[in-house]
Write a protein that binds this ligand. Structure first.
Ligand code: NAD
Length: 496
């Protein structure tokens, strides 16, 4: 059976002392094994990155960007294979995998602007004959730790920008669907990156803990669930590292009484059930303002959901595929059970759908739950499955309070025709990414991505302009060249 190994110093390697199965979630079958790196293997990757750093740091940004141009071309050339690998191990339908890859490529395009992004700031004559400038210097070896749900896109949020800024990189991807991530890193190598600039180690907590404690790692970017994000952030900080750790979410959409209800239903279908709800920006709660809006929403959703198709990744007619593992399938079903036990009403029940020819697949059908309240466990926690919960409130203020009181603050959206209400909402809601009649307000690559509250630990958001700041340190230089023969006297105070 194929064992997915590691990419260290430009070579594929495997220390298959410990391995773990990789499944095809559409069939439930084990398809590969993934090597789980030992401490020594991770240390070797860090050493390779450290060795590659001095030359890469001194490579002109325009030359670094040229590698990214070639990388983008290779990603486009091999898009079908990448989507196939994502489908096999994640379960995403090809059209969804293609969307993920496209968002990743947009981050590579942004990184191609490195010479412009790294220009720095310059001030002439800050004093007589004195010039001052700030430049952004790379940190050294930096690390990324990524989740299963976007095996192509999330790593591409991180290393293209880290690398064009002059750093070298060690990536620890999700061990659940490692093949597309590894294939993409090999394409970057093929694009002409010197050995050791990008290294990929597969593994689990043992590998992660090396990245968090080894003094050669200067910064850590993490994307994953909130409990792990919190652990990563505190451990990296305790070890003197810069860290940004993006966590989980519970994204609410407010449906106002004046909303175009048919449009809101269409938008909610894609945003709640697309990718089986395994997106950190999935809309998992619809907050309907007033019973009339709630009744209309629930009845239209129920009818629209009848035509949704859950099934294997390999059939492009399916709307969404399986969830990632059997354990996760049971967890999602458990949340539906608990909502029901707590008194909510399961309007459309996706527990144990039948998918012909794929009996062993980890499928959960689209599920709609009405009359959910804020005290229910299924409301408080992230379900990360194709489940839309409806909470009924009487006013927009009540809806906003609900969102602001939730521990997560990744994304949110309002469906309305009222510009004043939308403006008030975007101004006051305690959430990092806000949509107005836009269900998945994922920032484009030239903005930055990040939630508030317990959806992000750290200060700077991922990719875009914040990435330049995260992956560099500022140095400010003040310069004077006294004319020959001119000497100044001693001064003991600042010039006034
Ligand atoms: P996860 O937290 O289980 O795993 C993420 C990474 O952390 C993986 O590489 C994993 O190997 C590693 N890891 C897991 N347990 C660890 C431990 N005890 N110690 C050290 N490292 C550990 O997340 P997941 O299930 O792969 O991904 C889904 C989660 O990611 C969801 O909560 C989702 O909301 C979140 N997510 C957030 C964003 C965002 O931008 N905020 C984006 C995508 C996914």
């Amino acid at each position: 059976m194929t064992v997915v190994g590691h990419l260290i110093n430009g070579e594929m390697r495997s220390d298959a002392v410990r391995t773990q199965p990789v499944y095809n979630p559409s069939t439930g079958e084990e398809s590969k094994q993934v090597a789980l790196a030992s401490v020594a293997t991770v240390e070797e990757a860090i050493a390779a990155a450290e060795q590659a750093f001095p030359a890469w740091r001194n490579t002109p940004p325009a030359k670094r960007a040229q590698v990214m141009y070639r990388f983008k071309a290779l990603l486009e050339e091999h898009a079908d294979k990448i989507c196939q690998l994502i489908g096999e191990e994640h379960g995403k339908i090809a059209h969804d995998a293609a969307g993920e890859l496209q968002r990743g490529i947009e981050n590579v395009e942004y990184a191609c602007g490195a010479p412009e992004l790294l220009k720095g700031e310059h001030s002439r004559n800050v004093g007589p004959g004195i010039d001052s400038w700030s430049e952004f210097q790379p940190l050294g070896v930096v690390a990324g730790i990524t989740p299963f749900n976007f095996p192509a896109m999330v790593p591409l949020w991180m290393y293209p920008m880290a690398i064009v800024c002059g750093n070298t990189f060690v990536l620890k991807p999700s061990e659940r669907d490692p093949s597309s991530t590894m294939f993409i890193a090999q394409l970057l190598q093929e694009a002409g990156l010197p050995n050791g600039v990008i290294n990929v180690v597969n593994g689990d907590k043992e590998a992660v803990d090396v990245l968090l404690t080894d003094s050669r790692i200067k910064a850590v970017s993490f994307v994953g669930s909130t409990p792990i994000a919190e652990y990563i952030y505190s451990t990296a900080n305790a070890n003197g590292k810069r860290c940004q750790a993006l966590g989980g979410a519970k994204n609410h959409a407010i449906v106002m009484p004046d909303a175009d209800m048919d449009n809101a239903v269409n938008q909610l279908l894609g945003a709640a059930f697309g990718s089986s709800g395994e997106r950190c920006m999935a809309l998992s709660v619809a907050v309907a303002v007033g019973d009339a809006a709630a009744d209309a929403l629930v009845s239209k959703m129920r009818i629209a959901m009848e035509s949704l198709k859950v099934g294997a990744y390999s059939n492009p007619d399916n709307d969404f595929g399986p969830v990632i593992t059997q354990a996760h399938q049971l967890k999602v079903n458990g949340y539906i059970d608990s909502a029901e036990a707590d008194g909510a009403k399961v309007v459309v029940d996706g527990r144990n759908p039948s998918v012909e020819g794929f009996d062993g697949g980890f499928f959960v059908g689209a599920t709609l739950i009405d009359a959910v309240t804020a005290d229910m466990q299924s409301y408080k926690e992230e379900i990360f499955g194709p489940v839309l919960q409806v909470v009924r409130v009487n006013t927009m203020e009540e809806a906003m309070q609900l969102i602001n009181d939730h521990e997560y603050g990744n994304g949110t959206c309002i469906f309305t025709r009222d510009g004043e209400a939308a403006r008030y909402f975007s101004d006051n809601i305690q959430v990092g990414m806000v949509g107005i009649n836009v269900p998945l307000p994922v920032p484009v690559s030239y903005h930055s991505f990040g939630g508030w509250k317990r959806s992000l630990f750290g200060d700077l958001h991922a990719y875009g302009p914040d990435a330049v700041r995260f992956y560099t340190k500022r140095k400010t230089i003040t310069q004077r060249w006294p004319s020959s023969g001119v000497r100044e006297g001693v001064s003991f105070s600042f010039p006034s």
